[in-house]
Every structure is written in C-alpha cells, then in structure tokens.
Write a protein that binds this ligand. Structure first.
Ligand SMILES: [Zn+2]
Length: 57
C-alpha cells in the first residue's frame, strides 16, 4: 500500500485537491496538473488520498 503519492506517472508533481462533488464532499485527491485533454501528452494520473482513519482522535 503506497504511503503518500506526490508524483504522477510522468514524474510531474501531483497536486492535492479537495473534491466538492455530492458523492465525495470534502474528500481529497491527487491529480496531475496535466490531467485532461488540453495537452499534447495528457496525463491520466488521478488517485484518491485517504488518510488512515483515526477513530480515537
Ligand atoms: Zn502527470
């Protein structure tokens, strides 16, 4: 299980962002700044970032 992903497949720094969709409100995810179709070599890097749950926090 990966610890902390901060680099995409292409070696670019992945950005940590927060989702505000209805399905995943407040859930965080990493994504490449070149994600999408507007680039010559678009990157498909996208992964949810789920910190370990701490029930006794
Ligand atoms: Zn990338």
């Amino acid at each position: 299980m990966p610890k902390m992903i901060s680099m995409c497949y292409g070696g670019n720094p992945a950005k940590l962002n927060t989702s505000w969709s209805n399905d995943n409100p407040g859930r965080r995810f990493f994504w490449c700044e070149k994600f999408g179709s507007g680039f010559r070599k678009p990157c498909q890097f996208f992964t949810w970032f789920d910190p370990p749950l701490t029930p006794r926090s």
